[in-house]
Design a protein around this ligand. Structure first.
Ligand SMILES: [Zn+2]
Length: 188
């Protein structure tokens, strides 16, 4: 369970090391994606391994792949289901040889996406992946149905482009707009 002062610190930029801020604090992220990403990077989501430790759950198998013991690193993004989603989105953004570690992936994507606006769009997509994988996991838990990775990725891509489209301002040039338009047209 996260506590309110941690969220306060996060909102106000104090506290522990924040080298992940270029990802999580990115203004292009949807607030709900930002919040779930913050919980994920701090390992505060209620994954089954944590619930088991608290004596709340006695099944620690991954809800998405069903054949591995789940923890934060498995869910983001060692799980075959999550890997498939990350691979599809990385391919969409033309990022080759992506990492599948939540600790490393944003750094690696930042290296690929050097231009600031492209980078912000990439980080928004990454936050959307974290949010939607958590959403898909909860959907299996409560609805007993799993979304196909391709369907999940379609939602991630459309949400990312639509969010960024509304943030276009004078810092965007023709090439940025053309790139965003090409992303919308190439949703997998
Ligand atoms: Zn899994």
């Amino acid at each position: 369970m996260y506590v309110i002062h941690e969220v306060y610190d996060w909102l106000h930029g104090f506290g522990q090391e924040v080298d992940w801020k270029s990802w999580v604090w990115n203004q292009f992220n949807s607030p709900k994606h930002m919040f779930i990403s913050w919980l994920a990077i701090h390992n505060k989501l209620k994954t089954r391994d944590r619930l088991e430790r608290f004596g709340i759950c006695n099944d620690n198998r991954c809800l998405l792949c069903g054949d591995a013991i789940v923890n934060r690193n498995h869910l983001f993004f060692e799980c075959n289901y999550s890997k498939r989603c990350v691979a599809l989105i990385a391919d969409w953004l033309k990022i080759r040889d992506t990492s599948y570690s939540i600790e490393e992936i944003w750094k690696q994507w930042c290296k690929h996406l050097k231009e600031p606006i492209y980078r912000k769009v990439g980080m928004a997509a990454l936050s959307a992946i974290v949010y939607h994988i958590w959403f898909a996991r909860n959907h299996v838990l409560w609805q007993k149905a799993v979304f196909l990775p391709k369907i999940l990725c379609k939602v991630i891509c459309i949400e990312t482009v639509d969010r960024c489209r509304h943030l276009v301002n004078c810092k965007w040039d023709r090439n940025h707009c053309k790139w965003l338009f090409s992303l919308r047209a190439s949703v997998p």
